[in-house]
Ligand binder design. Sequence first.
Ligand code: ADP
Ligand code: MG
Length: 693
Amino acid sequence: MSVQLSKISVETLKGVGPKLKEKLAKLQITTVQDLLFHLPHRYEDRTQVKPIIETQDGERVMLRVTVQHSQVQYGKRRSLVCRAFDQTASIDFRFFHFMAAQQKKLQAGVELFAFGEVRRFGRSWQMVHPEITYIQEDQTAPLLESLTPVYPTTEGLHQASWRNLQKQALVKLAQEPIEDLMPQELIEQWALMGITEALLWLHQPPKNTPIESINSEQSPAIKRLIYEELLAQQLSMQLQRVRFKQDSAFIMRNEGILKSKFLESLPFKPTKAQQRVGQEIGKDLESSKPMLRLLQGDVGAGKTLVAALAAFKVIESGFQTVIMAPTEILAEQHYNSFKQWCDKLEIPVSFLVGKLKTVERREALVKIESGEARLIIGTHALFQDEVKYHNLGLAIIDEQHRFGVKQRLALKSKAPENRQLHQLMMTATPIPRTLAMTAYADMDLSIIDELPPGRTPIKTIAITEQKRDQVIARIADACEKENRQVYWVCTLIEESEEIQSQAAETTADLLAEQLPNCRIGLIHGRLKPEQKQMVMAKFKAGELDILVATTVIEVGVDVPNASLMIIENPERLGLAQLHQLRGRVGRGTVESHCLLLYGHPLSDNAKSRIQIMRESNDGFVIAEEDLRLRGPGEFLGTRQTGEMTLQFADIVKNAALIPEIQNSAKQLISQNPIIAKRLCKRWLGYRHELADV
Ligand code: ADP
Ligand code: MG
């Protein structure tokens, strides 16, 4: 029996020494099969000659021409210019680096093939540094039988090396096909090409294949890879889920006394959506299978109440709960809300963030370890090594999209021995359906799709920076006449925190001049936590009229009397972030406004974003648009980069395929788990191991 290509090292190929082997290893290529899965990202057509007149700007083409004359030009840079022509037009070849010998060869009447990128300006053509092949009598043209692949590469690894390696690999592939892991029924159901055939085709598409058609689903070879990649991805997510659910967690049994007391103490009733989601979570907690649930709800939907219900259930059952927030401000806000609730219920709460004083920190650590602290609220400091829990049962993670694989690992290490934690992730960034099905296929989803009653929708208005005066007048009205409070958000996002903070200070000073009767507070990333907390507390208590802030207020600020928000240069932010910011107003009963004070000139994309913000208040609509405008990468953050970058499939473009592939993945796992695992390994390789935990 011959040896499978997945077992043959790249070292066996001619030209691969230790150095090249190392470079390839960096790209996760160690075997001949890995190499074959490293596919071209574009192609060049050297299979045919194009008439000059038919070539377009930017196109890479092969020409057949006769030299008219050539001469050295002395402009800004010395260059050799050669004018040549075919039957349709003439073209100038330009060389900035050239030898005397080359100049000599490019004499009038000489015939040659030139390959390169055409630059077209109206009816004149140019090519810089073409690859030239001189035509001698009875020599055949340097035309190829298939399109020329161009491989994604790394420093110091040239296309010539790739082509040389792939050529050798393809010879081996022709002798020893790759095992087709896709079950035959699926191949038939989806009318797919064989894997070996697809790879052979993609490394050397036959001539006359239109280049644009190759990277689309229409190309059978690409279609095959898209399906297989998506299947592998679904399998990986589902397998992770199966594995997670195999662990056991503590069963939370209790009479619901804390829940009743808590609900009685509230000035309002939970919405239907909050009740429904609360029940979904409650059911999970009563099972010995660990919960892994993502709670989605637009800003202001009332996720905190749902989190509290979950926490109290676990606490009444005798276990500890942690709530982790991505920023100290948000952690503080949660701490304040929960402290009020918990005091009434006589539940001891601890607070743990990075910047605590040594004494406070030590005290918190002792209480957490002894079990005296039942609810612990903080930032990622909660998962540092020295934090020992007494009997942690539930981890609630707010704004989970900001946490990556690493944090999830740390989380597991805090579970009591041989147990998994129940996990509740919360996000105010609604996840578009298409993404939820792929990127979050390992979690259960709960959605709060209803806002608490009595909210008036926020009106969003776009105003050019040039009308800043009108905006100032409006603020004066809001503060002085209507007794309302105002947020002013400064949006320098790329710069350092230092520069951001300075910009906010400048804005605050300017506003103080323009609005002498308003009390203005300032909050930014350079302030100490106590300072931030003090400013927030003052704003919340109505002792400040205007809060000038950097985007640090994005999450976690709840001041119902604030009904006007100005966002300076909204064009600098993505839709999801704008929506989050805007959600800080509209929390009371009066009508709220959000003014987008934009600068000039606006890109088309920025215009669309502002338009969407004006038209919609619905987080899900905004999320879909955001996905469309930005693509999935930004949405998923570390989730995308850490666990599952797709090479061929595109979860937005290929969204329609996903439900069916998801079902097939489910079946495959139950019918043939070994194949399922092998498919994952083939596609996700080391990333699968990483995502395994
Ligand atoms: P988010 O989902 O953005 O975290 P919060 O939990 O901060 O929202 O809730 C936003 C505001 O709505 C808070 O002031 C909270 O007290 C209030 N709230 C939550 N649930 C209800 C309800 N059922 N009825 C009235 N107000 C509610
Ligand atoms: Mg919240």
